[in-house]
Design a protein around this ligand. Structure first.
Ligand SMILES: [Zn+2]
Length: 442
């Protein structure tokens, strides 16, 4: 067997051209390529004990089942799986039920805080981790010679240790450093592109306005958190250049990327996206639901109808950039971020963020539901902004968005609290009541 990195180099070279070309395929060719890959995935997934059971239960292991049925319909006969279920399945979710030395893996945090690891074969890793990202960045105007800065949830002691960093093409900076320090490091490096969480960019923009040097970049790729239009505007103003929203998860890598025309194109040749309503059925274009994805290219640990936990929609429109790949609407937040109000109604966190967006002088904020009828807002004020006036503006804006039965209290802070992997949870609801959970599970 080839060593993992030799295999990676082989697949990078072999698939680079086809992967780049897939971006410009017509709708029909793209659908055909995705269907071929989906069929191959479902056939091969029978080598993973966990998926073999799922497929047998759904009747998909009968001879001809994957030929006779329309493929997306065949896929829909499998129940979606959560991170929790895969975690519980353990090695049974792997091809032949065991880890291979030739695989790559990435780790994310599980729902109860324990790490969750996804394995990828070398070809899948080459496509998902490198080729798919490179082609969308190039389509957005990036050149191979550009200087790239990545703000990452790493220990500052491992900064500079990777091969690309030693070659000077890339700089990783720990988001655990104080924002003034990050701003100074960025200003000294003078990147063409910055990759970061929106919350980290906002903190640096805020810090950079004071005694630290100015940071400029031609392109900024934001991912990992909800990118509100307000945050997008503030980041663009602070760094200059253009911001691109990238949607993905640590398990699936990049799902959709923003083109110059401002649409989010789904990487439909490597990932199949479905949007499910409360009853578990696919909803129409334009309707928001849970984002469920199937990674078409990974054989090591097939993710088939994987529940991302995010809420979003598909769009039926064609993009003016001319690319035929399907478009993803706004991903409005995690399913777990929906708020249950005292009368049992459910409120999208998006309505709250939209209400706060227009407030001048509000740099960053976090909303926590501490009781069914109480929201606590932590807010970071802009330089020279009157704290009292800001509190009043927040109370007024949320009051208009909420039923009268919900109370709001605001606290002005210097810095927000970070969660796992340095992410800031913009809206943190109380766990839903048992009755509500049962409704959601049906
Ligand atoms: Zn486009």
């Amino acid at each position: 067997m080839m060593p993992a990195h030799a295999a990676l180099a082989y697949w990078l070279a072999r698939d680079a051209h086809a992967s780049a070309r897939a971006l410009d395929l017509g709708a029909e060719s793209l659908r055909a390529l995705a269907a071929t890959r989906m069929r191959a995935l479902l056939v091969d997934a029978q080598h993973t004990p966990f998926n073999a059971t799922r497929m047998r239960d759904a009747g998909l292991t009968r001879p001809g089942a994957l030929r006779d049925l329309e493929l997306p319909l065949a896929l829909q006969s499998l129940a979606p799986v959560s991170k929790q279920e895969l975690s519980t399945a353990g090695d049974a979710s792997l091809r032949h039920g065991r880890v291979s030395a030739s695989w790559f893996s990435s780790r994310s945090s599980g729902s109860s805080g324990e790490p969750f690891r996804v394995y990828y074969d070398a070809r899948a890793w080459s496509m998902l981790k490198y080729l798919v990202k490179m082609r969308s960045r190039r389509a957005a105007g990036m050149r191979l010679t550009d200087r790239v800065a990545i703000l990452d949830a790493i220990d500052p002691r491992v900064e500079g240790s990777s091969l690309l960093e030693r070659l000077g093409r890339l700089k990783r900076i720990s988001v655990f450093r104080p924002p003034e320090e990050i701003a100074a490091l960025l200003a000294a490096y003078a990147p063409d592109e910055i990759y970061a969480l929106p919350s980290a960019l906002l903190e640096i923009a805020h810090a950079a306005g004071q005694d630290t040097p100015e940071v400029r970049a031609k392109r900024i790729c934001a991912s990992g958190e909800l990118l509100t239009s307000r945050a997008s505007r503030d980041i663009t103003e602070a760094f200059g250049g253009r911001i691109f929203d990238v949607y993905g998860t640590s398990e699936t890598k990049e799902i959709a990327w923003e083109c110059w025309a401002g649409s989010r194109h789904i990487n439909a040749d490597v990932v199949h996206v479905e949007i499910l309503g409360g009853d578990g059925a696919c909803v129409e274009a334009g309707v928001e639901g849970e984002v469920v994805v199937t990674l078409l290219v990974n054989r090591a640990m097939p993710l088939i109808r994987y529940r991302t936990g995010d809420r979003g929609s598909l769009l039926s429109a064609r993009c003016e950039c001319g690319r035929a790949s399907p478009l993803l609407g706004v991903v409005s937040g995690r399913d777990a971020d929906m708020l249950e109000l005292p009368d049992g109604s459910i409120l999208s966190p998006y309505l709250l963020t939209m209400a706060l967006e227009p407030i001048a002088g509000l740099v960053q904020y976090q909303i926590a539901q501490t009781e069914r009828d109480h929201l606590r807002v932590r807010a970071v004020a802009g330089n020279g902004v009157d704290a009292r006036a800001l509190e009043a503006d927040i109370a007024c804006a949320l009051g208009a968005a909420l039923a009268a039965a919900v109370r709001v209290s605001t606290e002005i802070v210097d810095r927000l609290e970070h969660g796992a992997r340095a992410k800031v949870r913009v809206v943190e609801p109380l766990p839903r009541s048992a009755a509500r959970e049962m409704m959601a599970a049906r």
